[in-house]
Design a protein. Sequence first.
Length: 494
Amino acid sequence: MPRIPDERPLSPQPGIIDELRRRLPTASVLSTPAELAPYECDGLTAFRQRPMVVVLPETVEQVQTVLRLCHAARVPVVARGAGTGLSGGALPLEDGVLLSLARFNRILHIDPDNGTARVQPGVRNLAITEAAAAHGLYYAPDPSSQIACSIGGNVAENSGGVHCLKYGLTVHNILRLTLIGIDGELFEVGAEALDSPGLDLLALMTGSEGMLAVIVEITVKLLPRPERAQGLLAAFDSVERAGAAVARLIASGITPAGLEMMDNPAIRAAEAFVHAGYPEDAAAVLICELDGFNAEVSFEVMRVRELLLDAGATEVRTARDDAERLNFWKGRKAAFPAVGRLSPDYYCMDGTIPRRELATVLKRIEALSEHYGLRVANVFHAGDGNLHPLILYDANVPGELDKAEDFGGDILELCVQVGGTVTGEHGVGVEKLNQMCVQFDSDELTQMHAVKAAFDPHGLLNPGKAVPTLHRCAEFGAMHVHHGELKFPELPRF
Ligand SMILES: Cc1cc2nc3c(=O)[nH]c(=O)nc-3n(C[C@H](O)[C@H](O)[C@H](O)COP(=O)(O)OP(=O)(O)OC[C@H]3O[C@@H](n4cnc5c(N)ncnc54)[C@H](O)[C@@H]3O)c2cc1C
């Protein structure tokens, strides 16, 4: 089944474009085909749709105006940050307004004493760390897209990154949000303090994929830069051994700042791309970063080296200096574009599994790769059990995209089968709607629809994304779910 947004009847209201032009500065409303083209997709480029109109407001009042107009005319609205999302969350709607927050790009205040910053949603993730550096502080969650992605998008997706193993996801690194509801009402959730009374609406808003409200300001936590960061790179002759080493390392009580794994196809692609000196014959490498006070890091480096060698590493390198540590990361951070050179197209999946299942799941993915006749490279946040299989395909070969999608769907269902989830950090968007039917039963989905309706009774904010309709699940379930058990058609079993 193609992963398209849930169907809804279209109700084009072209009159709203004139109304928007009357209320916003001329340069803030785009509607010609050439102006709309750059907004027709996000990072999930297989899905494209031009919006009816794009608006680029610059003030909170302008966002309120747009939402009030859309609310009154019952026009759907899709918020957009930098458009780097990988699950189609910012995919526009043919009869909808695309609300870009790109011009909300100011860091409003840095409070070094409290370790916080107030920022607008269009600020780039990395720009927060750059601005905080003068105070010896940084913003911990670091998606690989951090040079481009916006903090508003990070909140809406609850994004993760290499350092989230030790420091938590976006939800653990924000304190307060200012939002605007579909009726134009401005409201705040969370507080400057670590806890706030009442229901935890901050957590509810984080990861809500633009379905509940539009974020217009964020208070983030800033952390002191660690005194020292040390990198290690371990090679393994089997993926299973590398997976088992991850579980042992975490169980030892040491929490690395980052612990990432790449399998052989990913190692070779990254090496060819950035020449980081990776062992190209290894079946898998683990890249581990330890940070903290000098003495603590020295002790942990010794322990981690022993643990990795004990777990069967064929080689463990300790970075001699910061340049070598960054070199270890260079290939990992560039792994997606590097893999992009192996094939005309790739499809990046994102699922999470319990760490103990790493080896089994990687074996199953290998078998699925043979079953579908599509190559796959694995790059992932191993410490978190967050997988990113990159499925290689050629969109110009008829049927390959469909095969890649089915392959990806099977991987996500496999994640659920072993006790994991269908998303680790990239969100559901349009991509994983079907797998949400596998993860949740109809009662749970009904509750999610009820929460959405409480904030957005007419279903105007990013409709058709993130939470599937029960109708869709009924259709999909007839194919894949039987007495609550997943059936994998013609898949090899282990
Ligand atoms: C090469 C590459 C590497 C990546 N690596 C990672 C990674 O390591 N970890 C990770 O988590 N992700 C990663 N991503 C995915 C992506 O960068 C993140 O999901 C990011 O948070 C999206 O931010 P954005 O500003 O581009 O949001 P967009 O793509 O514009 O939007 C994403 C979602 O957020 C909603 N949204 C955006 N802004 C707002 C707002 N102000 N108010 C309400 N809703 C809003 C949109 O409606 C949409 O549903 C990667 C992407 C690429 C292309």
